[in-house]
Design a binder for this molecule. Structure first.
Ligand code: FES
Length: 148
């Protein structure tokens, strides 16, 4: 059995420890805010935090999170009122919305590690999160707004 925390709550999983975290979250924990995009670590749609670091949950096994704290979009704030979520709403960032939870979780890890992050470091840090609707300019603007 693997034990860990998800959004502050103790959890355990006695299925195959080689199960990708993404599928544990979606199928076992019912946390469907985390999305499947490529399944190969290339798009960022599945981004969550493990011990405060942004990770691709499609490439992270349940075995890898033993004893760890996992944070998903559902646990980022109590009322969807994280500064990033407010900025996302203010600026109408999403188009189809599919990649946006992953975008926000990637941005949240960046801001957490460096609250005064430079514009260039925002661009660099978000580089691996793909948006097929091309909302990149609004994403960057929203992260800058949340930084302030
Ligand atoms: Fe995990 Fe694309 S689904 S990086």
């Amino acid at each position: 059995m693997t034990t860990f925390k998800v959004n502050g709550a103790a959890r355990s999983f006695d299925g195959d420890p080689d199960t990708p975290l993404l599928w544990y979250l979606r199928d076992e924990a019912g946390l469907t805010g985390t999305k499947f995009g490529c399944g190969a670590g290339l798009c960022g749609a599945c981004t969550v935090h493990v011990n405060g670091e942004a990770v691709r949950s499609c490439q992270t096994l349940v075995a890898d999170i033993a004893g760890a704290e996992v944070l998903t979009i559902e646990g980022l704030s109590a009322k969807a009122d994280h500064p990033l979520q407010k900025a996302w709403t203010d600026l109408n960032v999403p188009q189809c919305g599919y990649c946006q939870a992953g975008q926000i979780m990637q941005a949240a890890a960046l801001l957490q590690s460096n609250p005064e992050i430079s514009d260039a470091a925002i661009e660099e840090g978000m580089y691996g999160n793909i948006c097929r609707c091309g909302t990149y300019q609004r994403i960057t603007k929203a992260i800058r707004q949340a930084r302030e």
